[in-house]
Each structure stands twice: as C-alpha cells, then as structure tokens.
Design a protein around this ligand. Structure first.
Ligand SMILES: NC(=O)c1ccc[n+]([C@@H]2O[C@H](COP(=O)([O-])OP(=O)(O)OC[C@H]3O[C@@H](n4cnc5c(N)ncnc54)[C@H](O)[C@@H]3O)[C@@H](O)[C@H]2O)c1
Ligand SMILES: O=C(O)C(=O)C[C@]1(C(=O)O)C=C[C@@H](O)C=C1
Length: 362
C-alpha cells in the first residue's frame, strides 16, 4: 500500500479524500497538500486533512507515490503536465474531475514512466471548499476509474485498494461512456435544477417560499457554484447537448399531451419512472452493492435519531448508510437507514417498531 499521498486542490473533494484516508485505522498516510488559495491550505492543515502544506507543486509531488488532482477540470488539464514533470518514476497521478474523456486524452501526452488513472467520485455537494469537506462523503458512493492504457493491472489493483479506503465502490469505465452517463445523470440534472428555480422564480421570489418538499428535493443542487460547473459544461458539451435534446423532446411531448387533453397517456410515463427509480439500488450514493433499506417516519424532536441509532447499536446492528429524505419543519420527516443484509433490516424494523416509530420498507 502507498504511504506518501499528495493532494493538489484542498477544497471540497480534495479535503474529503484526505480526511477519509486519514481516518483509515490500518494505514498511516503522510499527506502533503498544495492549493493556490493559502486559506484553503491552512484550513486543510488545521483540521488534520493534510500533514504538510507546501507552496510549491514541485515540493508537493516530488516524493509522492500517489498525486490527486482535485481542482476544476481546466486546471486539471494543465496540472497533469506540471505534476508529471516533477513526479518521480512510478508515481500514480489521478484526478477527480467530473468529465473524463478530455482528461484521459491529455494524460496520453505525459511521459511514460508515470501512470495516470482518471477518477470521478460520484458524490459531492452543492457546497464548495475545505469547510464543507466530509470524511464520509464517499461512503457507499460509486467511484469511477478510467486507467490510461499504460498502467499495469497490478498498479490499478493497488490503487483500487487505496480508493476503497474511502468507503466507495469502484467501477472501471471507458471515459467516453462515463461522460455520456454523467451527462444524463449529473450534468443534465444540474442544468434542470438551475432552470427550474429560475423558471419558478420568474413569478416573483416571494412565491418560492411556498415551495414544499418536491421543489426542494429537485433543486438542492441549484445552489451549486458556477466556477466548478463552467468547465464541466464546456468539456462535456456534446453529451450534455444530446441529453438536453432528449429532455427537450420529452418536455414538448408532455406539453402536447396536456394541451390535447391526453392526460391518461401520462400513466405509462409515471409507471415507467416509478419502476426505473425504484431500480436504483437504495444503497443510494451508488448503484452497486445493494443495501437493504428501512424507512422511518419521525417527529421533529431533538435526539430522535440518536435514540434510534443507540437502540440499533445495542441490538448489534451496523447502519451502512443514512439519509434524511424529507423534512417538514415542526412536523418531522422520513429517514432512510440502510443495512448490509435483509436479516439486519428485519431486525432493525423490530427494534424501531418497539421504540414506537412507524417503519416501512420499499
Ligand atoms: N463538488 C462536487 O460535487 C464534485 C463531485 C465530484 C467531483 N467533482 C470534481 O472535483 C473537482 C474539484 O471540485 P470541488 O467541488 O472540490 O471544488 P472546490 O472549489 O471545493 O475545490 C477546488 C480547490 O482547488 C483549488 N485550486 C484551483 N486551481 C488550482 C490550481 N491550479 N492549483 C492548486 N489548487 C487549485 C481551489 O483553490 C480550491 O481550494 C472538480 O474538477 C469537480 O468537477 C466535484
Ligand atoms: O450534490 C450532490 O449530492 C452530488 O453528488 C453532486 C454530483 C452529482 O451530480 O451527483 C455533482 C457533480 C459531481 O461530478 C458528482 C456529484
């Protein structure tokens, strides 16, 4: 296993990777950080995400075994060259950029004695920066890897073992296929969220305060920062346009159905969406390693979750993933708790029911 890790760009994703590796019990990584923003670097050091901070890329990477490029995509394309020129032979350079084809194409140009493995953790946040970094961000998330052709299998496997320490599930994908999938499941939804908020907001901002869970569920990511998305949209232009065209066709079809009073024709649309949505294994952050979900309706009172998690812990159960699905202030909300087996999920239902909460499975 590697020991010397460098993180270039100690923001949300770089900081989260560093924190998750740092909390690994069986390894003692030495993590060096570099960031063009000294405040980000200082904070990464203060919270213990990195062991060393440096103000030169050469210094940051010269002894590293693995270098993570965690900056906006346009910067990644430049850093691939700077970093590979300073890295010693055998170093693995990886990135976390949300598009992969352009990155892998750029990586083809670097010297042959360093190895590039493109990466994309399919988990994140609408927030930016080290202050939002989270050691559990990648727990149960899918982490896509796109190794360059020259990387020996043994090295890919060693790198996979490193990434697994973040709690993520690894999937190897061709960069072009990755970009098409990301175009539909991440980049299109981002644009839709932005347009949806702006469309509804055009009625007057006061009206948005009436929005319920549906609008909020659909639009959390509308609060994302443009600085990261500018590069994603630019570098995945083709696939995003394909996804947008499909979506626009769908919207026009829906509009025609409503206009011509063919409301019942929506039934098959709803049925199909219900089926597809439920097929996303509810391990959520990812779509592999199915987990077993239990949904709990709780009142909006302090300590409810700790009461439930304590009872589950005392019952010997390990919660693999947890998500607050809906919350209405003053009333309460629904939590999804995921377990590693159906047996554990059934036991959890018993325990939670005994506590007096309403539990259901899907
Ligand atoms: N935010 C998400 O949800 C998410 C999820 C998966 C992948 N990604 C990808 O991760 C990358 C980073 O995104 P983020 O959300 O962590 O952004 P961020 O703004 O939180 O962090 C980026 C950091 O990179 C630093 N930086 C910028 N240019 C630099 C350079 N030339 N050299 C060194 N440091 C530099 C910034 O100062 C900042 O601290 C992006 O490529 C994005 O596509 C983001
Ligand atoms: O905000 C979140 O929850 C995200 O996971 C963000 C999200 C996504 O679309 O899924 C956004 C872009 C990244 O490349 C990966 C993750």
């Amino acid at each position: 296993m590697f020991n010397k890790i460098s993180i270039i760009g100690t923001g949300l994703i770089g900081g989260s990777i560093a924190l998750s590796l740092k909390q690994s019990k069986d390894h003692n990584f030495t993590i060096t950080g570099f960031d063009i923003d000294p405040r980000s670097l200082d904070l990464a050091f203060e919270i213990g995400a990195i062991d060393k901070k440096t103000d030169s890329i050469e210094e940051a990477v010269k002894d590293a075994e693995v270098v993570f490029l965690c900056t906006p995509v346009k910067e990644i394309l430049k850093l691939i060259h700077t970093v590979s020129s300073y890295a010693r032979a055998g170093t693995i350079i990886t990135d976390v950029g949300s598009v992969k084809k352009i990155v892998l194409k750029e990586a083809e140009k670097i010297k042959k004695d360093v190895y590039f493995i493109g990466g994309h953790p399919m988990a994140g946040s609408e927030r930016r920066g080290i202050t939002s970094a989270d050691p559990f961000l990648f727990e149960n998330a899918v982490y896509v890897l796109c190794p360059s052709f020259n990387v020996p299998i043994k090295m890919v496997n060693e790198f996979i073992e490193l990434i697994k320490l973040t709690g993520a599930n690894i999937i190897l994908l061709d960069p072009e296929i990755h970009d098409r999938i990301a175009g539909y499941i991440s980049h299109l939804p981002q644009l839709i969220a932005v347009l949806l908020v702006n469309t509804a907001g055009s009625m007057g901002t006061d009206y948005l305060s009436l929005s319920g869970g549906g609008f909020k569920d659909l639009t959390r990511i509308a609060s994302s920062q443009f600085e990261i998305w500018r590069d994603i949209i630019y570098f995945n232009k083709e696939k995003i346009i394909e996804a947008l065209d499909n979506f626009i066709n769908g919207l026009n079809r829906y509009r025609d159905l409503i206009k011509s009073d063919r409301i019942d024709d929506f039934k098959s649309e709803f049925d199909n969406a219900f089926k597809l949505r439920n097929e996303i294994p509810s391990s959520r952050k990812g779509f592999i390693n199915v987990l077993h979900d239990v949904f709990i309706m709780v009142e909006d009172k302090p300590g409810v979750l700790s009461k439930i998690s304590t009872a589950l812990y005392q019952g010997g159960l390990n919660i693999k993933d947890i998500e607050l699905l809906r919350v209405r202030e003053g009333i309460g909300g629904t939590f999804r708790l995921s377990f590693g087996s159906d047996k554990d999920a059934q036991k959890a239902i018993e325990i939670i029911t005994e506590l007096g909460y309403k539990v259901f499975t899907r």
